[in-house]
Design a protein around this ligand. Structure first.
Ligand code: CP
Ligand code: NVA
Length: 316
């Protein structure tokens, strides 16, 4: 319980907010983005709704976009951040997640954690009395997908009935796309080599929500008629850079031939960082259908909505 007797609103996965709150968050992101057009990036929004609030950013893995976007998002909402990593904090010397959660809860207003095992963020949330936000685990990357949905909508696409096609590794980013599919009733075709499929629990979550999910090893069949083509690195953080895995992924590169199967107005998404020449060819990455830098910028606008929801100021 918080000091106000309310349980903190953790955002460990998209389902913690649910479809209605996520829709409100995306709408708010669109409005806030438009309202601050032309302002310097570090200037606060007119209402500065998180003035005086501090968010701890805790990184147990590398980051560029998540780190910068949470920092800028807090500045734009009138608040501030402090940065911790396992190398220089006591986490790296074995202080428990439970004690870290209890200490940080006395000192800051919210915690963002990027870590490996999803059980660690669940543990942080169990012991924190302030909101805990998932900045990526081995299992999921919900903040990324709020930005992705915002980007798709900005490019003129409605979510219900959308045909999304994923290529390559069945990883954390795909898991959150599948969760979103169940919440917003869009369909996902997943093309992976055998043995690299997403975890069945996320496929079942999408299907239980009414999404159609197709798992295939045929990349061209998956791309046919798609509205959104999306991929990610073949080797995620913490995984061994195995030649065997890269060889298995080769048929799943998003290239011009694959894009030609999709709808002519299809967009290409990638959470970044990209490995051009591996999961995506240079002509697609640099081509007119790629919206990856809009997607990266939208991490700021999406993060602001996640923060407002977590602090109880949105989607109540
Ligand atoms: N997409 C994403 O989360 O990027 P970073 O790893 O740079 O934060
Ligand atoms: N799947 C990637 C996403 C990086 C933002 C990883 O976990 O490394």
């Amino acid at each position: 319980m918080t000091a106000f007797g309310q349980p903190p609103r953790h955002f460990l996965d998209l389902g913690d907010a649910g479809g209605d709150a996520l829709a409100a968050m995306i709408n708010d992101a669109i409005d806030r983005k438009a309202a601050r057009a032309g302002l310097p990036k570090g200037a606060a929004d007119a209402d500065a709704p998180l003035a005086g609030r501090v968010l701890a950013l805790v990184f147990e893995k590398n980051s560029t976009r998540t780190r910068v976007s949470f920092d800028i998002a807090m500045r734009q909402l009138g608040g501030s951040v402090l940065l911790l990593d396992s190398a220089s904090s006591q986490l790296g010397r074995g202080e428990t997640i439970a004690d870290t959660a209890r200490v940080l809860s006395r000192m800051v207003d919210g915690i963002m954690l990027r870590t490996d095992d999803h059980a660690k963020i669940a543990e942080m949330a169990r012991h924190a009395t302030v909101p805990v936000i998932n900045g990526l685990t081995d299992s999921s990357h919900p903040c990324q997908i709020v930005a992705d949905l915002l980007t798709v909508i900005e490019h003129g696409k409605a979510l219900p009935g959308l045909e999304v096609a994923w290529f390559g590794d069945g990883n954390n980013v795909l898991h959150s796309i599948l969760e979103a599919a169940g919440l917003f009733k869009f369909n996902v075709r997943v093309a992976t080599p055998a043995g690299y499929e997403p975890e069945p629990a996320f496929v079942e979550l999408a299907r239980a929500g009414g999404a159609e999910v197709t798992l295939t090893q045929d990349a061209h069949a998956a791309a046919r008629g798609a509205d959104v083509i999306v991929t990610d690195t073949w080797i995620s953080m913490g995984q061994a850079d195995a030649a065997e895995k890269k060889a298995a992924m080769a048929l799943y590169q998003v290239n011009a031939a694959l894009m030609a199967e999709a709808k002519p107005d299809a967009v290409f998404l990638h959470c970044l960082p990209a490995h051009v020449g591996d999961e995506v060819s240079e002509d697609v990455f640099e081509g007119p259908q790629a919206v990856v830098f809009d997607e990266a910028e939208n991490r700021i606008h999406a993060q602001k909505s996640v923060l407002l929801w977590s602090f109880g100021l949105l989607g109540t």
